[in-house]
Design a protein around this ligand. Structure first.
Ligand SMILES: *[C@@H]1O[C@H](CO)[C@@H](O)[C@H](O)[C@H]1NC(C)=O
Ligand SMILES: *[C@@H]1O[C@H](CO)[C@@H](O)[C@H](O)[C@H]1NC(C)=O
Ligand SMILES: *[C@@H]1O[C@H](CO)[C@@H](O)[C@H](O)[C@H]1NC(C)=O
Ligand SMILES: *[C@@H]1O[C@H](CO)[C@@H](O)[C@H](O)[C@H]1NC(C)=O
Ligand SMILES: *[C@@H]1O[C@H](CO)[C@@H](O)[C@H](O)[C@H]1NC(C)=O
Length: 323
């Protein structure tokens, strides 16, 4: 019993400590991550921990120096110290501020808006107890590009892909959407990782190693076969941006026989070959039926009808061979 009471007291004490320290300053060690596409509007959420009146709101970005994204104090916006790139693009919901909601609305986002935003709210008490700080990582990523390509059987084809930023490239990953966990090619830490490569691409794929540092991560596939058909995904991870791998584009690759190639010589054109065969068979059957009907009509006049089974089979094969 004594142990239980002391444990209970300890729990109360711990929760008292943590709640009082949270009241002093709630510094969010783990920032929220938000990702949007260029041109969109985004709301960066920030709330005060209680309903005490808000004296000032300072929204800043950690890389901007002394200029603010938005500064609100004494019930009005202070535009003098605003960084020019945010002019007329940021807002707070003024009616919501009283309720403790000081979320920032940022309109028409561009890739230049990437960074770590800081929300600092000062409430009634002048000492540090009324201060709230919160961080938000904003990433602005264009939607992946999509394109279609056609390659000729047996040729070498290059699937073009370029990193979006002029920053060192850490990982290049080419996948095909139907391959599961195996890669078409994986390049990281300045070398190819062949362990997880799909066997059908062994010794057939390459990146221009000298050009990776310039952001060119185009994939070359040698001696294309019909099984190379599919949707390829180019993903790149660059330093300074989030560690997430970013999909740059999808390429849907089709493989066709070279022009002018005789269809039946081409073993990968088996689909077309079977169509030709099917047509020949149907024509053969049609002719056989026609011949059979004609024979029956003639035979009815001269002979009893039990004999025609034999010629009926051999004739259609002869006639189909002529076409
Ligand atoms: C962004 O907000 C502006 C003004 O509030 C509006 O006109 C525009 O349509 C919004 N854009 C998007 C992509 O929602
Ligand atoms: C959005 O920003 C881009 C530049 O980042 C600009 O070209 C475009 O006109 C802006 N659109 C609107 C609706 O303000
Ligand atoms: C690619 O081809 C598909 C049909 O296979 C088509 O729906 C799509 O619009 C094409 N995309 C481009 C970018 O041409
Ligand atoms: C494809 O590339 C290989 C080596 O890179 C070369 O030997 C071969 O001739 C090329 N094939 C074609 C059809 O260009
Ligand atoms: C935000 O992204 C970073 C890596 O960029 C990650 O370490 C962190 O856990 C993420 N935070 C949340 C809340 O998902």
């Amino acid at each position: 019993m004594y142990h239980f009471v002391s444990l209970l007291l300890e729990l109360i004490w711990i929760s008292f400590i943590s709640s009082s320290s949270a009241g002093e300053e709630s510094l969010e060690k783990h920032p929220t991550n938000i990702t949007v596409e260029p041109g969109q509007n985004v709301t960066l959420p920030c709330r005060t921990p209680d309903s005490k009146p808000v004296i000032a709101v300072e929204w800043s970005r950690t890389d901007l120096g002394s200029e603010y994204v938005l500064l609100y104090r004494n019930d009005q916006f202070d535009l003098e110290n605003q960084h020019p790139s945010f002019k007329n693009r940021v807002d707070l919901e003024e009616e919501q501020i009283k309720a403790g909601d000081v979320s920032l609305v940022l309109k028409n986002v561009s890739t230049d808006d990437r960074g770590t935003y800081e929300c600092l709210v000062i409430q009634t008490e002048t000492n540090s107890r009324g201060k709230t700080v919160l961080y938000i990582n904003l990433d602005v990523v264009p939607p992946p590009d999509q394109r279609n390509m056609t390659a000729e059987l047996g040729q070498n084809v290059t699937l073009p892909c370029r990193a979006l930023d002029i920053k060192p490239i850490i990982v290049v990953e080419w996948d095909r959407t139907d391959l599961g966990v195996e890669y078409v090619i994986l390049f990281r830490n300045d070398q190819f990782d062949l362990k997880n490569q799909h066997p059908s691409f062994k010794n057939r794929v390459d990146l221009q190693e000298g050009q990776i540092k310039d952001g060119d991560v185009s994939l070359t596939v040698k001696n294309v076969v019909t099984d190379d058909r599919g949707t390829y995904e180019c993903r790149v991870s660059q330093s300074e941006t989030t560690s997430r791998r970013q999909t740059v584009l999808y390429i849907k690759l089709d493989v066709v026989p070279p022009p002018g190639e005789p269809v039946d010589k081409n073993k990968d054109g088996s689909g077309q070959l079977s169509v030709v065969l099917l047509v020949a068979v149907i024509m053969g059957i049609a002719i056989a039926v026609g011949v059979f009907v004609m024979y029956r009509k003639k035979l009815k006049f001269f002979r009893p009808p039990e004999e025609p089974a034999e010629p009926e089979v051999s004739i259609p094969l002869d006639s189909s061979a002529k076409f």
